[in-house]
Design a protein around this ligand. Structure first.
Ligand code: SF4
Length: 489
């Protein structure tokens, strides 16, 4: 590690000279030559060399919460290997992009970014591409961006220390791409948690569903679950760190199969909710095929489990669901919704919908619109279908024009906005517990979230803003389609 030079050391009398390290050694040696100007320049150069050899990295994350949490684990691993995280590409020796390939746009962003920073490579910086684009494109990345030295998919992150050592020894073509059939998960006690109020825990990695439009099974590999003991140990560690909210993560979180065979997903959920100090537990993303009634029963029984289920439907048409290989029908999905709506607690529902999937007719789209009206979600993430490499849907005839896809998406989002306007206004006058996430200085409001995952912005009489992760009781005085407004009581 580089030591800061000190004035005192520069004036050590010759008789008391001791060697304090490399920079001191050279300073003393040159002083004997009597050339003080040279001494200064050499010392300055040595400092520059020392700074250049300090191991620094910059990491930018694209995509979902799984990627954000993977980055926390990558950061922890790098720090463990002696690297220091910096805030900009310019300050870093190693520049890493943790990428997402779920949509074409996200992928293009990474390559644009790599092109933008060509000149940084000339300055001796090293580049690495991690995540789904790395896994999907593999060695082709070296052709598109020849100055990239490291390409690794998420299933190979366990080998990061080894790959970093190879990078440091000067290798320029390092890949971690062949581990998708592994049974191991990427667990690290060195996770550097970046979110100030929510602790993420990955409980299952990969996906075995192979929906016809999705790259995830190809980029993240087969499903592999952690043991419930290891998940609970991490939950306790997070609680000890002071976090009160935990989010369990998985591409298909409720397909969880305890590696020790002790707990079902619902049982694990309940156990995490009972860890002392934990006040909120969320989980995402659920697959309707694996959504069981005991998950609703757990939410009813354990108060710390949040009043929210994200259950992606993707289409309201059973015909399109079959083309998508989603392994459920509209009726199957609506049965699960009826369980959730019959819960004793008011469970909020959100979903993902793809419009313009190859072969989606106007009648199929109307079925999706009908489902929207029937379920009355509190939030919908709507997307236009985007063809992805290596997926079966790529071979289907995509005859729906971009204009028509955009039109369907707009119709869907407009309708959903009206549904949310009604849903959110039902909270007027209620007092809701809100966990603080930050401040909105422009509005002078505290920003937070309800157990139902609804954004709540509120004012409070205290002169000092409440800290992220603290809780407030808020009376709701205003409602918009995407947020609530109130005042702390
Ligand atoms: S369930 Fe389907 S959409 Fe979700 S990650 Fe797996 S393959 Fe992709």
């Amino acid at each position: 590690m580089h030591r800061q030079p000190s004035r005192d050391r520069e004036h050590i009398p010759c008789s008391n000279r001791r060697l304090y390290g490399t920079d001191e050694f050279f300073a003393v040696t040159v002083m004997q030559s009597g050339n003080r100007g040279f001494r200064f320049n050499l010392r300055h150069d040595i400092l520059k060399i020392a700074m250049a050899t300090e191991k620094t990295f910059y990491l930018e994350t694209f995509g979902c919460q799984m990627n954000a949490h993977d980055s926390e684990k990558v950061i922890g691993t790098l720090q463990q290997q002696g690297y220091r995280q910096v805030e900009s590409e310019e300050d870093a020796g190693l520049i890493l992009y943790n990428t997402c390939s779920i949509r074409d746009k996200a992928e293009q962003k990474v390559f644009n970014r790599l092109n933008d920073y060509k000149k940084l490579h000339k300055a001796g910086k090293r580049f690495g591409v991690l995540g789904c684009v790395a896994q999907q494109e593999g060695g082709k990345i070296f052709e598109r961006a020849p100055y990239v030295s490291l390409v690794s998919g998420s299933a190979s992150y366990r080998k990061l220390p080894e790959m970093l050592a190879r990078l440091e020894s000067g290798e320029t073509r390092i890949t971690g791409l062949d581990d998708r059939q592994t049974d191991e998960t990427f667990e690290t006690e060195f996770t550097a948690r970046q979110n100030p109020y929510r602790g993420y825990i990955t409980i299952i990695e990969g996906c075995d569903k192979f929906c016809s439009y999705c790259v995830v099974p190809y980029t993240r590999g087969k499903e592999r679950s952690r043991s419930s003991s290891s998940v609970l140990a991490e939950a306790r560690r997070i609680a000890d760190m002071g976090y009160t909210e935990i989010q369990l993560l998985g591409q298909n979180v409720n397909s969880y199969r305890d590696a020790e065979g002790k707990s079902s997903f619902a049982e694990l959920l309940a156990s995490v909710g009972q860890v002392p100090g934990i006040r909120r537990v969320r989980f995402t993303t659920s697959h309707p095929r694996d959504f069981t009634r005991d998950i609703v029963e757990a939410i009813d029984a354990v108060p710390t489990l949040c009043d929210h289920v994200h259950l992606p439907v993707q289409s309201g048409s059973s015909r399109v669901l079959k083309l998508m290989a989603r392994e459920y029908t509209r009726e199957w999905y609506l049965e699960r919704i009826s369980w959730i709506k019959a819960a004793r607690r008011p469970i909020s529902l959100s979903t993902d919908i793809i419009v313009g999937f190859p072969g989606e007719t106007p009648d199929d789209f109307i079925e999706t619109m009908d489902l929207l009206a029937e379920v009355e979600y509190d939030c919908v993430f709507g997307f236009k279908y985007s063809a992805r490499p290596n997926t079966p849907a790529l071979t289907m005839i995509d005859s729906i024009s971009e204009a028509e896809k955009s039109h369907r998406l707009q119709v869907l989002l407009d309708r959903q906005r009206e549904i949310q306007r009604v849903n959110y206004s039902k909270h007027l006058g209620q007092i809701i517990e809100v966990m603080v996430e930050g401040m909105n200085p422009a509005r002078g409001q505290v920003a937070g979230r309800s157990s139902q995952n609804k954004p709540v912005n509120f004012t409070c009489a205290q002169p000092i803003a409440p800290a992220p992760g603290s809780y407030a009781q808020v009376r709701i005085t205003g409602a918009f389609p995407n947020s609530l407004v109130g005042e702390a009581v």
